[in-house]
Design a protein around this ligand. Sequence first.
Ligand code: FES
Ligand code: FES
Length: 168
Amino acid sequence: MASVKLTINNQAHTLDVDPEMPLLWAIRDVVGLTGTKFGCGIAQCGACTVHLDGNPTRSCSIPVSAVVGQKITTIEGISKNADHPVQKAWVEHQVPQCGYCQSGQIMSAVALLKQTPKPTDADIDTAMQGNICRCGTYNRIRQAIHTASAEMGSSPKMPKSNPKIGKR
Ligand code: FES
Ligand code: FES
């Protein structure tokens, strides 16, 4: 056992755990954030996807000792009221069936849109290919990502300051 300091959803946690414990176990069983799911345990299904410094990562297959100092974000941390544009698009398109894979799908989609704000279908298929859905929701996932992309692109931007204002 060791004292491991993690930053999860902008909160500092000190965990008394085996440094080799998979991050997924720490997130779910020690910290109590159960939105991230266990599917395969061998980095093959994507159900356990979280962000490490913004990059989608399989939390089942990385030990806590390897993520010290990184910013860990789980599904609970992407919005305050489950109102991230991706989450809203998921509801609008009624994406989930059993729902088990969906927090991992959403985490991959959020990371994709951060890197590629206007993804093509091919971009989406490439970015999402590691997230398996036994219920076959892939078409609706694709539609929801396009909807979220449009929504995020249309969000009001801060007006540019007028360079003349304040100048003599
Ligand atoms: S549970 Fe981690 S990839 Fe399947
Ligand atoms: S919604 Fe059931 S596994 Fe994806």
